[in-house]
Design a protein around this ligand. Structure first.
Ligand SMILES: [Zn+2]
Length: 92
């Protein structure tokens, strides 16, 4: 993660350890994915054996980890960092 935004110069780390809370965001997002994949397998694959659930959920979580990492930080920044998007900023 870059230290500052290359466009507006916003410093991402608002305080020391600010992104520790993003771990809980990431956990929550992972739980949602596990439930969605599990429910999808149950209905679309007609309740497959347990090993299919385990491998599919594990593979999905591993594949989603880079996105989860980033979106958890973005959520943390927007929910607890008093940051909001300004579409008119830096427009000429
Ligand atoms: Zn910026």
């Amino acid at each position: 993660m870059p230290e500052k935004c290359p466009v507006c110069g916003f410093r991402y780390e608002l305080e020391l350890g600010f992104y520790w809370g993003a771990m809980y965001m990431s956990y929550g997002l992972s739980v949602v994915i596990v439930f969605l994949v599990g429910i999808s397998l149950y209905f679309l694959a007609n309740d497959p054996p347990t090993w299919v659930y385990l491998t599919t959920v594990a593979a999905t979580i591993v594949l989603c980890t880079p996105a989860l990492f980033r979106y958890a930080r973005v959520l943390m920044l927007y929910l607890f960092g008093s940051v909001s998007f300004d579409p008119t900023f830096n427009r000429k």
